[in-house]
Design a protein around this ligand. Structure first.
Ligand code: NAD
Length: 280
């Protein structure tokens, strides 16, 4: 395995902690983040928590930004910061404090998000504004606060958690799909805007993933077992996506080993987007 590519950011001062790892990692999944500093939004649960833990296992120093980081408060490997990404002041303060603690920032994982159910006829304007404020503008607020730090990194990468809902028409998901379609378009626009600053921007598109979020959805269903079976069956692999599988994709895109990858979306959906199977 060769060493990660050298600095991709022409204007970056290669600070000691942002420079290439001293020795080549044994494999892409171990040590490729050594010396790098990461911030994961929504990192206290589900996909974000799995990502924060995987980044740590692969050598990164990781801060978690969440509106409720209680779940990681006792974790010695993760530094929790409380912020609601709909509140610009709290985001600015949390990013300032997290980057001060980490000594800079190389990786930003924009993962915090919320769901919404219904057709276009079902949600009031207020609900549209609330969900777009979290899933789209929230991502913008965190990125805006993080950009000056990312510009100073030699291995800067942003990974956004998008969704299969951005690329496939799913019933009863009009508002959520609109928000994730915006995340997909924003990923491409951000990748173009920041490529010459040496900042890569990509996203992952998970299918239905087995996280506390989906657990809450199932609990609210009339028949949770039947709903779970329907969600399993919707994916060609016949099962929900595991949070660690999404975390692996996020880490792969964030890794310095992916130094030429920007403006891409990576499906982690059990084949849901790309495959058309014949009925059994
Ligand atoms: N679970 C799925 O099936 C699935 C599928 C595709 C995409 N996604 C996306 O993955 C991401 C994570 O989902 P998950 O399933 O792990 O959900 P989750 O509910 O388990 O975790 C989401 C985390 O985000 C935090 N959060 C929510 N709103 C916030 C806010 N305003 N400010 C700060 N933190 C906030 C929550 O506190 C929570 O810790 C979301 O963006 C979601 O849209 C999930």
């Amino acid at each position: 395995m060769s060493k990660p590519a050298g600095p991709t950011n022409p204007s970056a001062s290669s600070s000691p902690s942002a420079s290439s790892p001293a020795s080549a990692p044994a494999s892409p999944s171990t040590g490729d983040f050594t010396g790098l500093r990461a911030l994961v939004t929504g990192g206290a649960s589900g996909i974000g928590l799995a990502t924060a833990r995987m980044l740590t296992a692969r050598g990164a120093t990781v801060a978690v930004l969440d509106r409720d980081p209680t779940a990681v408060a006792g974790d010695p490997d993760l530094s929790p910061f409380t912020a609601d990404i709909t509140d610009d002041a709290s985001v600015t303060a949390a990013v300032r404090d997290a980057t001060a603690l980490l000594g800079g920032l190389d990786i930003l994982v924009n993962n915090a998000g919320i769901g919404a159910a219904g057709t276009v006829a079902d949600n009031e304007d207020g609900e549209w504004h609330r969900v777009l404020d979290v899933n789209v503008v929230g991502l913008v607020r965190v990125t805006r606060a993080a950009l000056p730090h990312l510009r100073a990194s030699a291995h800067a990468a942003i990974v956004n958690t998008c969704s299969i809902a951005a690329t496939a028409g799913l019933p009863q998901r009009a508002l959520y799909s609109a928000s994730k379609g915006a995340v997909l378009a924003l990923t491409l626009a951000m990748a173009a805007d920041h490529v010459r600053e040496g900042i890569r921007v990509n996203c992952v598109n998970p299918g239905t993933a087995d996280t506390p979020w989906v657990g809450r959805l199932l609990n609210a269903a009339d028949d949770p077992a039947r709903e779970r079976a329907a969600l399993d069956a919707r994916q060609p692999m016949g099962r929900l996506v595991d949070a660690d599988e999404v975390a692996f994709a996020i880490c792969s895109l964030a890794s310095p080993l992916a130094a030429s990858t920007t403006g891409t979306s990576l499906a982690v959906d059990g084949g849901m987007q790309g495959l058309r199977l014949r009925p059994e």
